[in-house]
Design a protein around this ligand. Structure first.
Ligand SMILES: Nc1nc2c(ncn2[C@@H]2O[C@H](COP(=O)(O)OP(=O)(O)OP(=O)(O)O)[C@@H](O)[C@H]2O)c(=O)[nH]1
Ligand SMILES: [Mg+2]
Length: 291
């Protein structure tokens, strides 16, 4: 029986969370085209007849973490690296130029003394490629796979290699405990997961800087007698003018955000959902929730 932990690491937006979701076969981590969509490591359990794997999706490493939030997110990724892992998947996006940020990730990957796999993601995109800039990595990392996480292309041989590199062992305590859950996420509860789904909609629907001024909090989940799941949640933002943008003219934006989130929560839970969603100004949420 093969069993172990696999760390996914790479720059922001290379497709780490998309990859983990597709391997697991359901959404465990939110995704968006914006950098550092993932804010903390997410552990998810994969099982098949070959064994069990805990995949650890990490936030993309920012080259220059300018603000408090980005610094703390980078620190969380570095902490995850220090966890006992068995295999490292280093993911790159060949459609992006290699830059100082990539150099930072390469530096971190070099220091991890575990079997490594280089995964070139987004091979469904052919028009623009900087693949030659990454070729030197093949000399350092013996296993290279080209995939499309989004389109589920060439994922099988990669999973086979991961199993090959994992040790033969019986499941650890953490794994045994995870196997008793009916949901594959190991380290976050349902309130946090629903908050993540709400945060994803902010990342997908709001302009460039706004997602970075926000977080989402779920205060209450209650199942009512009529079978409807009642959820009370808040989007926190740092300033009043962002709050106004999140609410939109005549409340149109928050309505749209709420309805999009509600539909997905309903899909994820298989229940009818009533979502009570508000926007609040809290200039200190980053310190409160991310230190
Ligand atoms: N064309 C294409 N797009 C992809 C592929 N994989 C991911 N994407 C897109 O790339 C963007 C970023 O994907 P994520 O999975 O959120 O990336 P990430 O590495 O987890 O990003 P962070 O959490 O911010 O570090 C999203 O818009 C995805 O839809 C792929 O194989 N092909
Ligand atoms: Mg991510």
């Amino acid at each position: 029986m093969k069993s172990g932990k696999v760390l996914i690491i790479g720059r922001p937006s290379v497709g780490k969370s998309t990859f983990v979701n597709n391997i697991i076969g359901q959404k465990v981590a939110i995704t968006s085209p914006k950098a550092q969509t993932t804010r903390f490591p997410i552990k998810a359990l994969y099982q098949d007849e070959r064994g069990e794997i805990i995949f650890i999706d990490t936030p993309g490493i920012f080259g220059q973490a300018k603000d408090f939030l980005a610094k703390h997110i980078n620190e969380r990724t570095l902490q995850a690296i220090h966890e006992e892992v068995d295999v490292v998947v280093y993911m790159i996006d060949h459609t992006k130029r290699r830059n100082f940020e990539e150099a930072k990730v390469i530096g971190i990957v070099r220091k991890i003394n575990k079997p490594k796999i280089l995964v070139v993601n987004k091979v469904d995109v052919k028009e623009e490629t900087y693949l030659p800039q990454y070729k030197f990595l093949e000399e350092e990392i013996p296993h290279v796979f080209e995939i499309s996480a989004l389109q589920n292309m060439h994922m099988k041989p990669l999973l086979t290699k991961i199993f090959e590199l994992l040790p033969e062992r019986t499941a650890s305590e953490e794994m045994a405990e995870a196997k008793t859950h009916d949901y594959p996420i190991l380290n976050i509860d349902s309130k946090t997961f629903i908050a993540e789904l709400i945060r994803e909609k902010v990342f997908l629907m709001m302009g460039e800087e706004i997602p970075y001024t926000t977080t989402a909090i779920v205060d209450e989940i209650k199942e009512r007698k009529n079978g409807i799941m009642f959820i009370k949640a808040r989007i926190l933002t740092t300033e009043l003018h962002y709050k106004k943008m999140l609410i939109g003219e005549g409340g149109r934006k928050i309505k749209e955000l709420g309805s999009y989130a509600r539909k997905e929560i309903a899909l994820a839970t298989g229940k009818k959902v009533y979502l009570d969603l508000k926007v609040e100004v809290d200039p200190h949420w980053q310190e409160v929730y991310y230190s």
